[in-house]
Design a protein around this ligand. Structure first.
Ligand SMILES: [Zn+2]
Length: 94
């Protein structure tokens, strides 16, 4: 499940689902650090939205830790693993 707001190092990021990101911007998600906004393509499957959210969340973590130049490949790889870890260990099962 994706929250509507996430706090990273005390900074609020709002999560917005945006239509047609993949076609218009050729990306599934985007983070605007100074505006505190994470955008996610609204047409993705729920699993994919969550995966993209964790990816953008990692960008936020690195950015707030002072790492502004980020290796996209590392964020991609760690994001996929972290998504699985969070999903399978910290999600309430009903
Ligand atoms: Zn990225």
């Amino acid at each position: 499940m994706i929250p509507t707001i996430v706090k990273v190092a005390g900074i609020e990021y709002k999560i917005n689902e945006v239509e047609n990101m993949e076609n218009e911007f050729n990306c599934l998600g985007q983070i605007l650090y100074t505006k505190g906004i994470i955008k996610i393509d609204s047409e993705l499957t729920q699993d994919r939205k969550e995966q993209v959210f964790v990816h953008e969340l990692l960008h936020a973590c690195f950015y707030e830790a002072g790492i502004e130049e980020q290796d996209e490949d590392i964020v991609n790889r760690v994001g996929i693993v972290l998504h699985q870890v969070l999903k399978e260990n910290f999600t309430k099962k009903y």
